[in-house]
Design a protein around this ligand. Structure first.
Ligand code: FES
Length: 268
């Protein structure tokens, strides 16, 4: 490729630089940490989703988000709030109704795209560092054109966040009726963070405030758009925080179900 055709008159030719990059800072640190973080999380989630046990605490109605909604014929009937109707197989997660949509939502998320394009595909790994690939066809062709499904995955994610909220409501239970313990605190923190992450989605921001010519004519949408925009600025942080709250919530409930520890109870 030559640059002379587009170079303004009088401009000097581009310097011939042999070095791959002139950056001397630790630009590789962010991609490396991303690979470690995402790989560890996916490994843990895959292990737990296919474990098919230690997902429900009957005394307090705690259900881990990795098994919600529990709709497999293999689910504990008490945990199957919405019925059991999918085959019980070691290859089919108990929450097979929601997990594919959640996976799609995260995989097509604008932040995660940036994260895994940079860290796993090195495309490019950082600013001013060359692409690890010689060709780049972008997101306008197969297969990456399917990243456009994100806006539809967003609607599914809203429904699943409602489900998670319902799980947190019915978990305020004890053998004597109403109850509240450390597990509830953990479940509610997770749900609030999931809502914050979902509401901070770029598609959500567009649905709420996009395509408007005059904000002054839509004061409610303008107000909502302002709130969502504030959250949107924290989307990356919320993406990581929710991975942490999901894994911690699951781990806490697994530990309770396994009898590794008992729930700290405040009421009931
Ligand atoms: Fe990340 Fe929509 S952009 S969830």
């Amino acid at each position: 490729m030559t640059t002379t055709a587009t170079r303004p008159a009088g401009a000097k030719p581009r310097a011939a630089i042999e070095a791959k990059t002139l950056r001397t800072d630790r630009w590789w640190l962010a991609p490396v940490l991303t690979v470690i973080g995402l790989t560890a999380w996916v490994a843990y989630a895959t292990f737990r989703v296919f474990m098919q046990k230690l997902y429900w605490v009957d005394a307090y109605h705690y259900l881990t988000p990795f098994y919600s909604p529990c709709v497999s014929l293999g689910c504990d009937p008490a945990a199957a709030e919405f019925g059991r109707f999918i085959p019980d197989s070691p290859l089919i997660p108990f929450a097979a109704l929601s997990l594919p949509f959640l996976l799609l939502f995260r995989l097509t998320c604008y932040y995660y795209r940036k994260a895994y394009y940079r860290s796993f595909w090195l495309s490019p790994p950082a600013c001013a560092v060359p692409d690890g690939h010689t060709k780049y066809s972008g997101e306008t062709r197969f297969p990456l054109i399917f990243q456009n499904a994100h806006r539809y995955a967003f609607y599914a994610a809203v429904l699943i966040s409602l489900l998670n909220t319902w799980d947190a409501v019915i978990a305020m239970h004890s053998p004597s009726g109403f109850g509240f313990g450390l597990g509830n605190v953990i479940l509610w923190i997770n749900v609030i963070m999931l809502w914050a992450y979902t509401a901070s989605c770029h598609s959500c921001r567009h649905i709420i405030g996009g395509r408007l010519k005059h904000f002054s004519k839509h004061p409610v949408r303008y107000r909502l758009w302002g709130w969502v925009s504030k959250l949107n600025a924290r989307h990356m942080g919320l993406a990581w925080i929710t991975l942490a709250t999901l894994a911690l919530t699951d781990f806490y409930i697994m530990g309770l179900a396994a009898g590794w520890w008992s729930d700290l109870r405040f009421i009931g």
